[in-house]
Ligand binder design. Structure first.
Ligand SMILES: [Zn+2]
Length: 441
């Protein structure tokens, strides 16, 4: 067993007691936090295998990006001025590129996405895409913690259903017992491009593998119209009757989620994943966050793909949700900065069913943490701004200097430790050029 002690000017635990330790320390044994406290109470005779002095640094839990599609950094810049939230917009911008994409084009894009997440302080993310066999090795190499969902689109086609569900089954089998990666089922959108028949098989698959669903919900009213027509009630009521609400569901966007259904989702494993930049850039909107939180529904935060929002920086996403919520409600205090931080940490962990392991700095939890540079620009004078407000509105991912996942450094003193960003970036360029040649032939 190896033990290390991390000493820092400020440790912001983001736990339920809201502990903030000035001149604090954490002791880490292998992958776990085993002790936390104030440096002044530390016995100076104690020995550790490694002493890490993080001077002029703030240490906090790593951020959790609860909705993305890592291969899509390949398409960054290709959707400007279009929306991906309509079938037309999506088909004519992304689907036409995906039809020419080949499996070997994914790894470089995934590595770049992982590098950007690490660089900006994300330690765990939820992904959804097809060709997971190309994605898993890159994520594993990065050292990030992830919930990976095998993306399924079958549009009622029997052949596609068999093929996609067989691939999803093999994927779940392969990830069994993995320390950092968890397999999920990823129906792209219930009722819209996944038929009831596919959904029943997906439900059995998730039950067998004790996992959940990562999906898009309520990007417009397609599933509501379908369910009202076919079942005579709402999509959420239909999901409830089918037994889906007993399983974790990461539901990205939820823009058209009906208020009448809020109470059905309270205190269930259904989580609304807010992706405000994506909702705004697609001119689609976001759901009423204060009401969703007040109803007792778990809320997480995600960037969505970077073709939509152009950035993996979860700090920017936190600022965005605060600003847009203030604007939409005409109330600058509509949501607290502490609640926003919760969405990006413990709320995300809850959504992924990992809140006993990650999401806050606590004894017994995994050592997933980041450090921020207190000498970088943007901080208010001491005492001039509470620390939660600074983290949400003043700071960006560019303040991140160190990132640890499961007790291992992925980013140390501003340097990547696991991902070779330069070569990943070169690979991305080569495959993007090849994709363009195929598209324009
Ligand atoms: Zn998405």
């Amino acid at each position: 067993m190896t033990s290390k002690i991390i000493k820092s000017d400020l440790v912001v635990a983001l736990d339920l007691e809201d502990r903030i330790l000035e001149e604090g320390y954490l002791v880490i044994e292998n992958d776990q936090i085993i002790e936390m406290g104030l440096q002044k109470n530390l016995d100076s005779r104690r020995k550790f295998d490694e002493v890490i002095e993080l001077k002029n640094r703030l240490v906090m839990p790593g951020l959790i990006n609860a909705h993305t599609h890592t291969p899509m950094s390949l398409f960054r810049g290709h959707v400007e001025g279009h929306t991906l939230f309509t079938l037309d917009g999506w088909y004519n911008t992304i689907r036409v590129l995906e039809l020419d994409m080949e499996p070997q084009m994914l790894p470089g894009a995934v590595a770049v996405s992982c590098a950007e997440m690490i660089r900006t302080g994300t330690t765990c993310f939820a992904d959804q895409y097809f060709w997971m066999d190309q994605i898993v090795p890159e994520v594993r190499r990065s050292g990030l913690r992830a919930s990976l969902a095998y993306g399924i689109v079958e549009l009622g086609n029997e052949q596609a259903r068999h093929r996609e569900l067989a691939a999803a089954t093999a994927f779940l089998e392969n990830l069994k017992g993995d320390d950092l990666l968890t397999g999920w089922v990823g129906p792209h959108a219930f009722f819209v491009d996944n038929s009831e028949e596919a959904m029943r098989i997906e439900l059995a698959l998730a039950s067998k593998h004790n996992t959940g669903f990562h999906t898009h919900f309520g990007t417009d009213d397609e599933e509501e119209i379908h369910c009202q027509k076919h079942y005579g009630h709402s999509a959420i009521e239909q999901l409830r009757q089918m037994g889906f609400l007993e399983h974790p569901i990461l539901a990205a966007h939820c823009i058209t989620l009906r208020k009448e259904d809020f109470s059905k989702l309270a205190h269930t494993p259904f989580s609304v994943v807010m992706a405000p930049s994506s909702g705004m850039r697609n001119a689609a909107g976001i759901p009423p966050l204060p009401e969703i939180l007040a109803a007792g529904i778990n809320v997480a935060l995600g960037t969505d793909n970077v073709t939509n929002n152009n950035s993996y920086d979860m700090f920017k996403e936190m600022a965005m949700i605060g600003k847009v919520t203030a604007l939409l409600t005409r109330n600058p205090a509509a949501i607290s900065t502490r609640a926003i931080l919760d969405m990006a940490t413990l709320g995300g962990a809850r959504a992924l069913g990992k809140d006993k392991e990650i999401g806050s700095l606590e004894v017994g939890k995994k050592a997933d943490l980041i450090s921020l540079d207190l000498e970088e620009i943007g901080w208010a004078p001491r005492g001039g701004q509470d620390i939660y407000t600074a983290l949400v509105y003043s700071i960006t991912g560019q303040h991140v200097r160190d990132v640890m996942v499961n007790g291992r450094w992925l980013f140390r003193e501003n340097q990547w430790q696991t991902v070779d960003y330069k070569s990943a970036r070169q690979e991305l360029e080569i495959h993007h050029a090849a994709l363009m040649r195929r598209v324009n032939k």
